[in-house]
Design a protein around this ligand. Structure first.
Ligand SMILES: NC(=O)c1ccc[n+]([C@@H]2O[C@H](COP(=O)([O-])OP(=O)(O)OC[C@H]3O[C@@H](n4cnc5c(N)ncnc54)[C@H](O)[C@@H]3O)[C@@H](O)[C@H]2O)c1
Length: 338
């Protein structure tokens, strides 16, 4: 039985807590948050204890794993303390705010032998999973280009949220949502080589962090990729495309407000009529459940999880290189960002 604490009682806790509660192999012990009344409300609904002190929760003897569902500025402090206290950690993306913090988390995971998973739930969406399987089976051929558009509709009052606060967030929308795409590009196409990026504050002007970011990348293998992350995509959109030498995959939707999740698979054929296979994944967002199973599996099998701490660190490096490209107005080598 894996005994679990969740730190942070907001949106991500609402998504992850029911998954833990429904797992017969896990027990949700406690939910902690800055605001005790919020933690209590969640804890009451989930049938567990509440706390407003993560500093004591991560040291509890009756806790084996900690889910870090807070804003990024405290990810590293909580995760490092938890791992040093012998707990496995699933930490939300973006892993941290700085590379130094991310490197510390990865190092502490190695030294303590604890499982550290970054909350890259997009890897666990069934359409993405099946697209990756097609790539791994050699059905797409060598990747040539990747393209991701990922956007949400920002909300009134956005400027008052932690997401708009440079002291708590890792950056603007470009990293907040875009980090998922950067992780997927890396998972599908290998390491990044070059990046050029432009970001802007175009609509939510009462705050300073980007509400739109566009970047182009070249991968070490020669493939190219583009990303647009947006807070002014007034109708939510997720589209991830990968074109290989022999075939292509297009993933659209993530369930719920992003629309039905679907995978399109088509082959290169210069003459025949186009024939695409379309798979639609019914029901809601299954990624949280699948990601949890992967975390549990990694703990059970004493192995690295898919989407581990290093993956979180490398996605950070790409995002920070992109911001540096915007700042300097230059195309940058991602590996030079330290
Ligand atoms: N994987 C995804 O698709 C996805 C989606 C949304 C958010 N996230 C990530 O999840 C994390 C949390 O986002 P959210 O949307 O749940 O935010 P939220 O604002 O809904 O909830 C944040 C929670 O953290 C608590 N908190 C803040 N500072 C704290 C501190 N110092 N100590 C203890 N608790 C503290 C708040 O009280 C609140 O309960 C962020 O890193 C975000 O980027 C991931």
């Amino acid at each position: 039985m894996l005994r679990v604490a969740i730190i942070g009682s907001g949106l991500q806790c609402r998504r992850r807590a029911p998954v833990v509660k429904d797992d017969p192999g896990a027990e949700l012990k406690v939910i902690a948050s800055l605001h005790l009344d919020h933690a209590r409300k969640m804890a009451q609904a989930m049938g567990c204890e509440a706390s407003d002190r993560w500093e004591s929760v991560v040291f509890r003897d009756d806790v084996d794993a900690v889910l870090v569902c807070t804003p990024p500025h405290v990810h590293a402090d909580i995760s490092v303390a938890a791992m040093k206290a012998g707990k496995h950690v699933l930490c939300e993306k973006p892993l941290t705010r700085t590379l130094a913090e991310a490197e510390t988390m990865v190092r502490v995971a190695r030294e303590t032998g604890r499982v550290l998973k970054c909350g890259f739930n997009h890897r666990h969406h069934p359409a993405i999973w099946d697209a990756k399987r097609l790539l791994d089976e050699g059905r797409l051929g060598k990747p040539l280009i990747g393209r991701c558009r990922y956007g949400i509709c920002g909300r009134p009052g956005y400027e008052k949220e932690w997401r708009a606060d440079p002291k708590q967030a890792a950056g603007g929308q470009f990293i907040e949502q875009g980090t998922h795409a950067m992780d997927l590009f890396r998972w599908f196409m290998g390491e990044f080589r070059d990046v050029a990026c432009m970001t802007g504050v175009q609509y939510f002007k009462e705050q300073t962090l980007d509400d739109n970011g566009m970047a182009v990348f070249r991968m070490e293998g020669g493939a190219t990729a583009s990303l647009h992350a947006s807070l002014t995509q007034w109708k939510n959109l997720f589209s991830f495309e990968l074109f290989g030498e022999d075939a292509y995959v297009i993933v659209e939707g993530l369930g719920s407000s992003y629309g039905t999740e679907r995978l399109v698979f088509g082959k290169r054929d210069f003459d025949a009529p186009f024939a695409e296979t379309v798979t639609e994944y019914r029901g809601g967002d299954r990624s949280w459940n699948a990601e949890w199973k992967e975390f549990m599996g990694a703990i059970r099998d004493k192995r690295e999880p898919i989407g581990n701490g290093r993956d979180g660190l490398e996605a950070m490096r790409v995002a920070l290189a992109a911001y540096e490209s915007e700042r300097t107005g230059r195309i940058l080598k991602v590996r030079d960002i330290a």
